[in-house]
Design a protein around this ligand. Sequence first.
Ligand SMILES: O=c1[nH]cc([C@@H]2O[C@H](COP(=O)(O)O)[C@@H](O)[C@H]2O)c(=O)[nH]1
Ligand SMILES: [Mg+2]
Length: 229
Amino acid sequence: MAFRPVTHVLFDMDGLILNTEDLYTVAFQNIVSQFGKDYTFDLKLKLMGLQTQETTEMIISALDLPMTPEQFIEESKKQFDALFPDAKVMPGAKRLIEHFHNNNVPIGLATSSSKESYDLKVNKHHKELFSLFPYKTFGSSDPDVKNGKPHPDIFLVSANRFPDKPKPDQCLVFEDAVNGVLAAKAAGMQVVMVPDPRVPEHLRADATLVIDTLLDFKPELFGLPPFKS
Ligand SMILES: O=c1[nH]cc([C@@H]2O[C@H](COP(=O)(O)O)[C@@H](O)[C@H]2O)c(=O)[nH]1
Ligand SMILES: [Mg+2]
């Protein structure tokens, strides 16, 4: 497969830069365990990358939980408050973000999380790393993002926040989620997928490139400055 050179890079956050996908699994399992239910990976696959309201409604209906969306969100908040501040950086994320920053490659954050959720995940331990993103889009709380992933809105809005407004084919997206890969593709962008190892092969097919961790990424494949060592 031929890769096309790009000039701008957009990063997803949850499960890509931070290990918060593992923390969502713990949080939601803790809630549904009260009712003897399982937050299966199959269900999680469908929700990853969607906006908060959508994920809430899908979990309640898929697991037939005796809770209102408001109750589920309230319980989630308690779980998130306990878990998210200790989120860890995924392998290779810091190295790659710093590499782009040091080589003047414009980077943006395109997360489906709300600003509130971002603050909980980032402010305690990762402020410095995320300060390297001058442009950030929070899909669950940004009025410009009408439809969540797998719709293309978040990536188109994010690309437009760069002052020189790159075209979609000048942008490269990094994503862990199937819905995120579909969103990037729908936006007309190339997308590097760094999936959870449990994501089945057929759901990786839309990615331009699939790698195990960000440590494996070679920027020169997309016309970006290579690592020196
Ligand atoms: O197990 C889950 N993972 C992820 C999500 C959703 O996915 C978003 C993370 O998306 P992204 O990777 O685009 O930041 C979260 O804000 C949340 O709404 C979820 O509900 N449940
Ligand atoms: Mg993600």
